[in-house]
Design a protein around this ligand. Sequence first.
Ligand code: ADP
Length: 171
Amino acid sequence: MQAAARSVAVYPGSFDPIHNGHLAVISRAIAIFPKIVVGILENTGKDALFSAAERVEMMRDIYREEPRVEVRSFTGLLVSFLRELDARVVLRGMRAVSDFEYEFQMALMNRRLHPDAETVFLTAEEEYTYLSSRLVKEVAALGGDVAGLVPDQVRTRLEQRYRRLTHPPTR
Ligand code: ADP
Protein backbone atom coordinates (compact mmCIF):
# COMPACT_ATOMS: atom_id res chain seq x y z
CA MET A 1 0.00 0.00 0.00
CA GLN A 2 1.32 3.45 -0.90
CA ALA A 3 2.00 5.72 2.08
CA ALA A 4 -0.53 8.31 0.85
CA ALA A 5 -3.27 5.70 0.51
CA ARG A 6 -2.49 4.34 3.97
CA SER A 7 -2.67 7.70 5.63
CA VAL A 8 -6.22 8.56 4.58
CA ALA A 9 -9.12 6.83 6.31
CA VAL A 10 -12.56 7.34 4.82
CA TYR A 11 -15.45 7.33 7.28
CA PRO A 12 -18.62 6.85 5.23
CA GLY A 13 -22.21 7.05 6.39
CA SER A 14 -25.51 8.83 6.20
CA PHE A 15 -24.89 10.96 9.30
CA ASP A 16 -28.54 12.02 9.30
CA PRO A 17 -27.95 13.61 11.74
CA ILE A 18 -24.45 13.54 13.19
CA HIS A 19 -24.41 12.46 16.81
CA ASN A 20 -21.82 12.08 19.56
CA GLY A 21 -21.26 8.40 18.74
CA HIS A 22 -19.99 9.42 15.31
CA LEU A 23 -17.81 12.17 16.79
CA ALA A 24 -16.27 9.72 19.26
CA VAL A 25 -15.27 7.42 16.39
CA ILE A 26 -13.66 10.36 14.56
CA SER A 27 -11.76 11.44 17.72
CA ARG A 28 -10.32 7.95 18.10
CA ALA A 29 -9.50 7.72 14.41
CA ILE A 30 -7.59 11.01 14.47
CA ALA A 31 -5.26 9.43 16.99
CA ILE A 32 -4.47 6.64 14.52
CA PHE A 33 -4.67 8.14 11.01
CA PRO A 34 -3.15 11.44 9.93
CA LYS A 35 -6.21 12.31 7.84
CA ILE A 36 -9.89 11.39 7.97
CA VAL A 37 -12.26 12.05 5.11
CA VAL A 38 -15.85 11.92 6.29
CA GLY A 39 -17.89 10.74 3.31
CA ILE A 40 -21.52 11.76 3.57
CA LEU A 41 -23.65 9.51 1.43
CA GLU A 42 -26.12 11.42 -0.73
CA ASN A 43 -28.20 8.54 -2.01
CA THR A 44 -29.08 6.89 1.27
CA GLY A 45 -32.13 5.13 -0.07
CA LYS A 46 -33.77 6.35 3.10
CA ASP A 47 -35.89 9.45 3.50
CA ALA A 48 -33.27 11.83 4.81
CA LEU A 49 -34.28 14.47 7.33
CA PHE A 50 -31.40 16.72 6.31
CA SER A 51 -30.15 17.14 2.75
CA ALA A 52 -26.60 16.01 1.98
CA ALA A 53 -25.61 19.69 1.70
CA GLU A 54 -27.00 20.38 5.19
CA ARG A 55 -25.25 17.34 6.65
CA VAL A 56 -21.95 18.41 5.06
CA GLU A 57 -22.41 21.95 6.38
CA MET A 58 -23.06 20.73 9.94
CA MET A 59 -20.09 18.35 9.91
CA ARG A 60 -17.77 21.02 8.43
CA ASP A 61 -18.87 23.44 11.10
CA ILE A 62 -18.00 20.93 13.83
CA TYR A 63 -14.52 20.35 12.36
CA ARG A 64 -13.80 23.85 11.07
CA GLU A 65 -10.69 24.07 13.28
CA GLU A 66 -9.50 20.53 12.67
CA PRO A 67 -7.49 20.37 9.44
CA ARG A 68 -7.10 16.59 9.75
CA VAL A 69 -10.82 16.08 9.12
CA GLU A 70 -12.14 16.76 5.64
CA VAL A 71 -15.86 16.49 4.91
CA ARG A 72 -17.21 15.55 1.50
CA SER A 73 -20.39 14.12 0.09
CA PHE A 74 -20.46 11.26 -2.37
CA THR A 75 -22.90 9.27 -4.46
CA GLY A 76 -22.71 5.73 -5.73
CA LEU A 77 -20.28 3.07 -4.64
CA LEU A 78 -17.98 3.62 -1.72
CA VAL A 79 -15.16 1.89 -3.61
CA SER A 80 -15.44 4.48 -6.39
CA PHE A 81 -15.15 7.23 -3.79
CA LEU A 82 -12.07 5.49 -2.34
CA ARG A 83 -10.46 5.31 -5.77
CA GLU A 84 -11.24 8.95 -6.42
CA LEU A 85 -9.43 9.85 -3.19
CA ASP A 86 -6.67 7.30 -3.71
CA ALA A 87 -7.61 5.94 -0.27
CA ARG A 88 -7.67 2.32 0.84
CA VAL A 89 -8.91 2.44 4.40
CA VAL A 90 -12.60 2.46 5.31
CA LEU A 91 -13.47 3.35 8.85
CA ARG A 92 -16.64 2.09 10.47
CA GLY A 93 -17.98 2.21 14.00
CA MET A 94 -19.23 -0.95 15.67
CA ARG A 95 -21.86 -0.62 18.35
CA ALA A 96 -23.09 -4.08 19.15
CA VAL A 97 -23.76 -7.50 17.74
CA SER A 98 -26.68 -5.98 15.84
CA ASP A 99 -24.22 -3.95 13.72
CA PHE A 100 -21.97 -6.91 13.07
CA GLU A 101 -23.82 -8.79 10.34
CA TYR A 102 -24.49 -5.79 8.13
CA GLU A 103 -20.99 -4.35 8.63
CA PHE A 104 -19.38 -7.71 7.92
CA GLN A 105 -21.36 -8.11 4.68
CA MET A 106 -20.46 -4.60 3.56
CA ALA A 107 -16.77 -5.07 4.38
CA LEU A 108 -16.60 -8.31 2.40
CA MET A 109 -18.50 -6.84 -0.55
CA ASN A 110 -16.22 -3.81 -0.59
CA ARG A 111 -13.19 -6.11 -0.50
CA ARG A 112 -14.57 -8.00 -3.46
CA LEU A 113 -15.08 -4.76 -5.37
CA HIS A 114 -11.75 -3.28 -4.28
CA PRO A 115 -9.38 -6.03 -3.08
CA ASP A 116 -6.81 -3.53 -1.80
CA ALA A 117 -9.28 -1.75 0.45
CA GLU A 118 -9.37 -2.59 4.14
CA THR A 119 -12.22 -1.90 6.54
CA VAL A 120 -11.17 -0.91 10.04
CA PHE A 121 -13.73 -1.10 12.84
CA LEU A 122 -13.56 1.04 15.92
CA THR A 123 -15.71 0.12 18.88
CA ALA A 124 -18.29 2.61 20.09
CA GLU A 125 -17.84 4.53 23.30
CA GLU A 126 -19.64 2.68 26.08
CA GLU A 127 -21.91 5.63 26.81
CA TYR A 128 -23.03 5.85 23.17
CA THR A 129 -23.46 2.19 22.27
CA TYR A 130 -27.25 2.62 22.16
CA LEU A 131 -27.09 5.82 20.15
CA SER A 132 -28.19 5.95 16.51
CA SER A 133 -29.34 8.68 14.14
CA ARG A 134 -32.74 6.97 13.94
CA LEU A 135 -33.20 7.12 17.72
CA VAL A 136 -32.07 10.75 17.86
CA LYS A 137 -34.68 11.64 15.22
CA GLU A 138 -37.43 9.71 16.96
CA VAL A 139 -36.78 11.43 20.29
CA ALA A 140 -36.41 14.90 18.73
CA ALA A 141 -39.56 14.43 16.63
CA LEU A 142 -41.55 13.81 19.81
CA GLY A 143 -40.11 16.90 21.52
CA GLY A 144 -37.55 15.04 23.66
CA ASP A 145 -34.30 16.74 24.58
CA VAL A 146 -31.25 15.35 22.78
CA ALA A 147 -28.73 17.54 24.63
CA GLY A 148 -25.57 15.58 25.36
CA LEU A 149 -26.28 13.18 22.50
CA VAL A 150 -25.64 15.49 19.55
CA PRO A 151 -23.50 18.64 19.14
CA ASP A 152 -25.36 21.86 20.08
CA GLN A 153 -25.69 23.11 16.50
CA VAL A 154 -27.26 19.79 15.47
CA ARG A 155 -29.68 19.99 18.38
CA THR A 156 -30.74 23.48 17.31
CA ARG A 157 -31.23 22.33 13.72
CA LEU A 158 -33.29 19.36 14.84
CA GLU A 159 -35.54 21.59 16.93
CA GLN A 160 -36.00 23.98 14.01
CA ARG A 161 -36.68 21.18 11.55
CA TYR A 162 -39.29 19.43 13.66
CA ARG A 163 -40.94 22.72 14.60
CA ARG A 164 -41.26 23.48 10.89
CA LEU A 165 -42.60 20.01 10.13
CA THR A 166 -45.21 20.12 12.91
CA HIS A 167 -46.09 23.82 12.43
CA PRO A 168 -45.55 24.59 8.72
CA PRO A 169 -45.58 28.33 7.96
CA THR A 170 -49.05 29.48 6.82
CA ARG A 171 -49.34 31.71 3.78
P1 ADP B 1 -25.17 4.21 7.94
O1 ADP B 1 -23.83 4.14 7.29
O2 ADP B 1 -25.78 2.86 8.17
O3 ADP B 1 -26.11 5.21 7.34
P2 ADP B 1 -24.63 6.04 10.11
O4 ADP B 1 -24.50 7.20 9.22
O5 ADP B 1 -25.63 6.18 11.20
O6 ADP B 1 -24.88 4.66 9.42
O7 ADP B 1 -23.23 5.72 10.79
C1 ADP B 1 -22.02 5.72 10.10
C2 ADP B 1 -21.04 4.84 10.83
O8 ADP B 1 -20.98 5.20 12.21
C3 ADP B 1 -21.40 3.35 10.83
O9 ADP B 1 -20.20 2.60 10.77
C4 ADP B 1 -22.07 3.13 12.15
O10 ADP B 1 -21.93 1.80 12.59
C5 ADP B 1 -21.25 4.06 13.02
N1 ADP B 1 -21.99 4.46 14.20
C6 ADP B 1 -23.27 4.86 14.26
N2 ADP B 1 -23.64 5.12 15.52
C7 ADP B 1 -22.55 4.88 16.29
C8 ADP B 1 -22.27 4.95 17.70
N3 ADP B 1 -23.22 5.29 18.58
N4 ADP B 1 -21.04 4.64 18.12
C9 ADP B 1 -20.09 4.24 17.23
N5 ADP B 1 -20.27 4.13 15.91
C10 ADP B 1 -21.49 4.46 15.43
